[in-house]
Write a protein that binds this ligand. Structure first.
Ligand code: ADP
Ligand code: MG
Length: 249
């Protein structure tokens, strides 16, 4: 058995008295693509953020890339979490590019500052990544001149520049005009084909069905059910899954 890249057991997280994650368990094997679906407010973003220590959990154990994030409810120190975050790529709904830096500099910043990569090597790598996301011609552009879909593709290239072992996507296409969704999904699809391990929160059900190895359905802070897309979308076992899927039609 290969070690899972992500291992979560009994994860619990509250904001004040409000319990938003209730004893979550999940294991993600190398090259697996897990898609997380569920109603707004069900805890999807909080769950992703717990995986790289952006949220402090108070119960359970989370291990990512063999590194503990939370162990028996005890958060690892920030210095250890920083090492982990260098191996976990995260892409948000809002692209969070640095507006005063060119596309190329947005991508080379972390590898040169955090990895000590030479500027030349980082630029070479950045150009390859831009090629991959179809934006080599935008290397010198500033984010403000790009469409939403282009910005998100740059954000993905920037995350990939750290050579992550796993990529976390939180509704990467939710802020985009409908005609720009496809170009971003295409980049994620290509990553899946290359064997990138990914956890993707999305409301794009067709895409989920096509790209997921496992679909995880969340509701009110719990995993309602999880399984291959064929099972979840055609024969959901749980009433809460059925009613959520109804709302997505
Ligand atoms: P989803 O991504 O599925 O929409 P979230 O993880 O964003 O759900 O939120 C889960 C619950 O946690 C919601 O009830 C939300 O209001 C609450 N929540 C999220 N972030 C915070 C926060 N920083 N402080 C207080 N409550 C929060
Ligand atoms: Mg969310």
């Amino acid at each position: 058995m290969t070690e899972p890249i992500v291992e979560v057991s009994g994860l619990r997280k509250s904001f004040g008295a409000h319990v938003v994650l209730k004893d979550l368990d999940l294991s993600v094997a190398p090259s697996q693509v897990v898609v997380v679906i569920g109603p707004s407010g069900s805890g999807k973003s909080t769950f992703l953020r717990c995986l790289n220590g952006l949220e402090k959990a108070e119960g359970g154990t989370v291990k990512v890339c063999g590194r503990p994030v939370v162990e028996g409810g005890r958060m690892m120190p920030e210095a250890m979490l920083d090492l982990l975050r260098a191996e976990v790529g995260m892409v948000f709904q809002s692209f969070n590019l640095f507006p005063h830096l060119t596309v190329l500099d947005n991508i080379t910043l972390a590898p040169t500052c955090l990895r000590g990569m030479s500027r030349k090597a980082a630029q070479q790598q950045a150009l390859q990544l831009l090629e991959k996301v179809g934006l080599a011609h935008k290397a010198k552009a500033y984010p403000g001149t790009l469409s939403g879909g282009q910005k998100q593709r740059v954000a993905i290239a920037r995350a990939l520049a750290m050579e992550p072992q796993v990529m976390l996507f939180d509704e990467p296409t939710s802020a985009l005009d409908p005609e720009l969704v496809g170009e971003v999904l295409q980049v994620i699809r290509a990553l899946a084909a290359e064997g990138m391990t990914m956890i993707i929160v999305t409301h794009e059900m067709g895409f989920a069905r096509e790209v997921a190895d496992v679909v995880v359905v969340m509701d009110h802070g719990s995993i309602v059910e999880a399984g291959p897309p064929g099972a979840i979308f055609t024969a959901p076992q749980q009433a809460r899954t059925r009613s959520f899927l109804q709302t997505m039609l």
